[in-house]
Design a binder for this molecule. Sequence first.
Ligand code: SF4
Length: 336
Amino acid sequence: MDTKRILTGDRPTGKLHIGHYFGSLQNRVKLQQIYETFIEVADVQALTDNFANPEKVKNNVKEIVMDELAVGIDPNKVTFFLQSMIPEIAELTVFYSNLVTIARLERNPTVKTEIAQKREIFGESVTYGFLGYPVSQAADITAFDATLIPVGEDQLPLIEQCREIVRKFNSIYGETLKEPQAYLGENKRIKGLDGNEKMGKSLGNAIYLADNEEEIVKKVMSAITDPNRIKKDDPGNPNICMVAYYHNLFSTKEEIEAICEECKKGKRGCVTCKKQLIKNIVEHLAPIQEKRHYYEERPKLVKEILIEGTVKARKEAKITMEKVKNAMKLDYFKEG
Ligand code: SF4
């Protein structure tokens, strides 16, 4: 195992979907073999835009962990921890908040995009907590000395912001924190069933890892196909069809070639095409759901995994905290 440490995680705001699966979870399963991996269940961050809905955040904590375990994250290799149970992260956030200007946060492209997407929550003025979440993220990363952070391209500005905080901290208080690097890896963004660039619960365009066959049938049957195809024998264009897009994720190379050829020649009906996709999705998700079911029946085990990981993570965070406080001369009661 490489000595580099990875920090990654999810906000517990809903079950994980196939966008997460192809976008990051599959990558995590591979990375756990190479690097020491910490996975944060970011409940504090989830509250930045769900502050009025703590039940939702709480209820999704175990769902997220079960999804991660179901896809093959090995709790013996990976440290799962709950953000709110590591008070050192909140403490670091306060210290780091002196090292970032409001203007810099407002200019962060990732934050700008997210604020625009969350207008219905914030209206015209965003909260201090949400604006500052990149600072809290810098605390997440540095608390555990993580040096490699798997992200999508759209999150690169968050890593850059963290690196700036680390550099500023080290230049003022002395070399203390490690500067992390982004790991772009194979992070893919998967489009929603409606063709939207983003898949998400609020958009109603996602297939969840835990969806049963009935739900999958309903969702795939409503997926957007080539709108110019009226009759079955009209020649189609798979490049503008979401069913073909998902076949690329779930079907074999031979199946995809046949689908595209028959579609273009008007020899394939969209219903047949959708049914084949449903079958492939159901088959692909079956072992994941079987594993999920195992954990669903053992809630105590899921809780133990989270507690054990959180205890381990907290030990690491305490070591960082001591170094940070020493560097900042916040060591009043120290002996000697
Ligand atoms: Fe899409 Fe398949 Fe219909 Fe072609 S036949 S438009 S690929 S659903």
